[in-house]
Design a protein around this ligand. Structure first.
Ligand SMILES: [Fe+2]
Length: 291
C-alpha cells in the first residue's frame, strides 16, 4: 500500500500512480485537514488516497477542504469521487472554476492545437461544482495561501504554507520536465518566468512539486535547496531559449522538428506523443528574436 510520507510539520506527500510514474497528492493535517490535488481518477481515490488517509487515522469525511494546484487531469481526476464519498468542500480558483466543472473539456482543448502529436483525451474525467471560490492571496485552512503562478497553464497556483514556509507547487515549476514529458511544459515564456521570479521573491524554505522533475526531483528541503530548485528552473528557461534560437538560426523551423531537437538537446526521452514539448517550443519560438 502506498502511504503518505512526512515532508514538513503536518504536511505529507502521497505519490499516486500516473502513467507508470506518479502524481503528488499533498495532505495538510491539522485543525482543518486540506487535501491538495486528487490524483488521476476515481480508482486512485478508492485504491490509494482513501487507504492512505485511513493509515493517517483519517476518514474521507475528516477532510475539510479539497483544493488543487491546477485543473489538469492528473491533479483533479479524483475530485468527482472524493466529492461523492466525503463532506469536504471543493475549492476552485474563481477565475477558472469552469475548469473544475468540466475538466474533460480542457483535457480535449489542450490536445486540440496538435492533434497528430497528442494522445486521446482522458475520457473518464468528470467535474464537480465547486463550493468555495478563491482568489490570489486567499488563505485556507488557517495557513495555506494561494499564489497564482501561471505558465505551465493559466490556472496554476502554488500553495504557500505560512507556518513551515513550504511551497506546494504542483506543476508550476517545471525544471526540465518529467521523464514522461521530454522537456518542461509551459505555454508562455514570460508568464512562466514571472511566476518563477515571484516564488524566488518569497520566503520559501521547502518545495514540494507535483511530480519528479529532472534534474531537481520533487522535494527540496531547507532554504538553500529550495532556492537552488527555483534558480534551476529559471536557468533552464534561458537554456531552452538559447537552444531554440540556435535551431531557428540553423533553419530548423518546423515546430515538431524544433521540439524534437530541443528534447534531444536537453537530454529528455522522446515521448510517444510530443504535444507537451511542442507547447514549450512554440512559446520559445514566439519569444525568439531570431526571425
Ligand atoms: Fe501534472
Amino acid at each position: 500500500m502506498i502511504q503518505f510520507s512526512n515532508v514538513t510539520q503536518d504536511i505529507k506527500l502521497l505519490k499516486t500512480p500516473f502513467c507508470g510514474s506518479w502524481a503528488g497528492v499533498t495532505l495538510v493535517k491539522g485543525e482543518q485537514n486540506v487535501l491538495i490535488d486528487s490524483g488521476a481518477n476515481s480508482e486512485t481515490v478508492d485504491e490509494c488516497i482513501v487507504p492512505a488517509l485511513k493509515a493517517e487515522g483519517l476518514e474521507p469525511d475528516d477532510l475539510d477542504l479539497i483544493v488543487c494546484t491546477h485543473s489538469h487531469g492528473d491533479h483533479v481526476g479524483g475530485h468527482y469521487r472524493l466529492h461523492q464519498i466525503s463532506k469536504a468542500k471543493i475549492a476552485a480558483f474563481a477565475d477558472y472554476a469552469d475548469k473544475i466543472r468540466d475538466p474533460l473539456k480542457y483535457n480535449k482543448l489542450i490536445r486540440a492545437p496538435f492533434p497528430k502529436y497528442s494522445p486521446p483525451p482522458s475520457s473518464s474525467l468528470k467535474g464537480v461544482e465547486p463550493d468555495v471560490f478563491l482568489r490570489d492571496g486567499d488563505v485556507v485552512g488557517g495557513r495555506l495561501r494561494m499564489v497564482h503562478t501561471p505558465g505551465h497553464d493559466t490556472d496554476c497556483v502554488t500553495w504557500y504554507d505560512e507556518i513551515t514556509k513550504t511551497a506546494i507547487t504542483g506543476d508550476s515549476l517545471q525544471a526540465n520536465g518529467t521523464e514522461l514529458q521530454g522537456t518542461g511544459l509551459y505555454i508562455d515564456v514570460e508568464m512562466y518566468r514571472n511566476s518563477v521570479k515571484r516564488l524566488l521573491d518569497m520566503d520559501i524554505e521547502n518545495v514540494i512539486a507535483g511530480h519528479d522533475y529532472l534534474p531537481v526531483g520533487s522535494v527540496a528541503l531547507g532554504k538553500e535547496k529550495a532556492r537552488w530548485y527555483l534558480e534551476s528552473c529559471l536557468t533552464l528557461i534561458d537554456t531552452y531559449q538559447i537552444l531554440v534560437d540556435e535551431f531557428l538560426r540553423r533553419g530548423i523551423r518546423n515546430l515538431p522538428d524544433v521540439a524534437l531537437e530541443l528534447i534531444k538537446h536537453v537530454g529528455g526521452r522522446i515521448p510517444q506523443f510530443i504535444f507537451l514539448p511542442m507547447f514549450t517550443t512554440r512559446a520559445h519560438i514566439a519569444s525568439s528574436k531570431v526571425k
